[in-house]
Write a protein that binds this ligand. Structure first.
Ligand code: NAD
Length: 271
C-alpha cells in the first residue's frame, strides 16, 4: 500500500514508541491522528502516563514533516471515546486507512501480590483497547479497497517472565487477536499484523523495570539497562522508537503480509 496521502490513527502517540511510529508514518507521507489520554495519573499504575502538552508537542512535530496531524483525546478502554475518535478522523482527514494500536501500560509484581485492579487495567488497555479501537475503525476502513492494522505487542508476548504476568498475558493475547483479526479482515483486503518491540528506553523501562533490574543487578537504573541489553540481545544494543516506526511502515506497505508478528528486538527474542 502506498502511504502517501493515506490517513493513519496511532494510539498512545504522545511519547515513546507511539511518537516514533507517528513520525515514521508521516515521513512516509501519511496524515496522522495522534490519540492519547491527556491525563498522566492512573491510580492502578506506579508511573505517570502522558500529559496533554506532550500530545500537542508531538502533533506539532508531525505537522513539521509536512503532513496533516490532529490530536485526539481518548481512552482506548472506552468505546464511546473511540467512536468519537473514528468520526473525528473521518470528518477532519477524510478516511481511515491505517490503525496502529500502540497504547499500552505495565504493572510489576508477583502474582500473589499483584492488585486485581492493576491486572484489570493492564488487560483493559493492552487487550480490550486493541479490540475496541479495531471495532470502532473497521466499519470506516471497509469503505476503502485496502487498509492496514498494526498491533504493538511485545517480546513479552512470546516468552513469559516473572513479575510481569499481567503484561505478558496481555501481549500473548495481542498476538492471538492479531491472527484472528487477520483472517476476518483478509477478504476486505485489510491486513493485520503485530510488532513485538524488544527493549527501549521509554517510561516503561526508566520508571518501572529499570529500578527493579537495578536492584537485581546491584547497579543504578541506567547501568542496569545497559547491562540488561548486553546480556539479552545478540546485537548488544537497545531498540529505538524509530526502529519500531520503520517496522510499522513496512507492515503497512507490504501487500502480501498478514497475520504476521515481527520481533524488533536485536535478537532478544527468536520465536
Ligand atoms: P509509554 O508509557 O512511553 O507510552 C505509552 C503511551 O500510551 C503514553 O503516551 C500513554 O499516555 C498512552 N496510554 C496509556 N494508556 C492509555 C489509554 N487508556 N488510552 C490512550 N492512551 C493511553 O510506553 P512505550 O514504551 O512507548 O509503549 C508503547 C507500546 O509499546 C506499548 O504497547 C508497550 O507495551 C509496547 N512495548 C514497549 C517496550 C519498551 O521497551 N518500552 C517493549 C515492548 C513493547
Amino acid at each position: 500500500m502506498e502511504l502517501k496521502g493515506k490517513n493513519a490513527i496511532v494510539t498512545g502517540a504522545a511519547r515513546g514508541i507511539g511518537r516514533g511510529i507517528a513520525l515514521k508514518l508521516a515521513a512516509a507521507g501519511a496524515n496522522v491522528a495522534l490519540v492519547d489520554l491527556g491525563s498522566p495519573a492512573d491510580r492502578a499504575l506506579t508511573y505517570n502516563l502522558s500529559a496533554q502538552t506532550e500530545l500537542n508537542r508531538t502533533v506539532e512535530e508531525v505537522k513539521g514533516i509536512g503532513v496533516k496531524a490532529i490530536p485526539i483525546l481518548a481512552d482506548v478502554t472506552r468505546f464511546a471515546d473511540l467512536e468519537r475518535m473514528a468520526s473525528e478522523v473521518v470528518a477532519k482527514l477524510g478516511a481511515i486507512d491505517i490503525l496502529v494500536n500502540n497504547a499500552g501500560i505495565i504493572a510489576f509484581g508477583p502474582v500473589s501480590g499483584l492488585a486485581e485492579e492493576a491486572w484489570d487495567r493492564v488487560m483493559a488497555v493492552n487487550v480490550k483497547g486493541q479490540f475496541l479501537c479495531a471495532k470502532a475503525c473497521i466499519p470506516h476502513m471497509m469503505k476503502q479497497s485496502e487498509g492496514a492494522i498494526v498491533n504493538i505487542a511485545s517480546v513479552a508476548g512470546k516468552t513469559g517472565h516473572g513479575g510481569i504476568s499481567a503484561y505478558c498475558a496481555s501481549k500473548f493475547a495481542s498476538v492471538g487477536f492479531t491472527q484472528s483479526l487477520a483472517e476476518e479482515l483478509g477478504p476486505a483486503n485489510i491486513r493485520v499484523n503485530a510488532v513485538c518491540p524488544g527493549y527501549l528506553r521509554t517510561a516503561m523501562w526508566t520508571d518501572v523495570l529499570g529500578p527493579i533490574v537495578g536492584v537485581q543487578y546491584g547497579m543504578n537504573r541506567e547501568a542496569a539497562f545497559d547491562e540488561f541489553i548486553a546480556r539479552n540481545t545478540f546485537l548488544k544494543r537497545e531498540q529505538t522508537p524509530a526502529d519500531i516506526g520503520e517496522a510499522v511502515v513496512y507492515l503497512c506497505q507490504a501487500e502480501n503480509i498478514t497475520g504476521e508478528t515481527i520481533n524488533v528486538a536485536g535478537g532478544g527474542e527468536l520465536h
